[in-house]
Design a protein around this ligand. Sequence first.
Ligand code: BTN
Length: 266
Amino acid sequence: MSYPRTQPLPYEFVEPLARAAARLGPFARQVLWYPDLPSTNDLAATLAERGAREGCVVVANAQSAGRGRQGRSWASPAGAGLYVSMVLRPAEHALPLVTIAAGVAVADGIHAATGLVPDLKWPNDVFVSGRKVAGVLAEGTSPAAGTYVVLGFGINVSAAAYPPEVAAGATNLEEELGRAVDRGLLLAECLCGLAARYEDLQRGRTKSVVDGWRGRAAGTLGRRVQWHAAGAVLEGVADTIDDNGALVVRTKTGLARVTAGEVRWM
Ligand code: BTN
């Protein structure tokens, strides 16, 4: 794959990133901007395979093949959302909670930039007013290139970010706020959130990340959930997450741990 051509970072991003520089940690080093990419996660993975340092950030104004979790696509029209991926090289002890930490960080970033108070649904879907506003896709690792994780997140900034068929379950920041959103500030605050939560993880401050998640998931813990395991549909009440990021569910037969896949909130 040849690299697409990076463009100068637009001023709407330069200023807020410069103001946040002291809080950006590893993400202060390199933010690459592209008007259009197939997927920022794909480019970040290519860069990671070719030795990119931890903290390299890829931002696109639009994606033609944006990907979501569970093989879904992520609509990414130009200028309607924030489409961002970064290369991380976590210590082994940090790996299980990277995706949980990312959800907390994006929720923190949205809160800092807009004042909205997002909720989290396991593992890392970000909701406002009961509808999804942002999602996180963590992918990665190849022994040949050293352990890495590509962490991507997408935020719906305006209603144009998603197609009408998902509008019932989705929302966007501009609709929630009733005003325009500063995408530069939003990017800067999300990266600051990621820098802080990632540092917690790397330094073994697991409790702070898990407590941060629980604090933002108060609206979803205690609700009934269904999930698939070993060909059966199981059901129970979401209780908490454990120190490895698994969802702990209270069932009729005891506590169950859900570690992967989709859960349906009822
Ligand atoms: C989800 O399904 O909730 C996760 C959505 C993640 C979308 C982001 S947008 C930037 C990055 N590039 C992709 O192709 N996907 C992620």
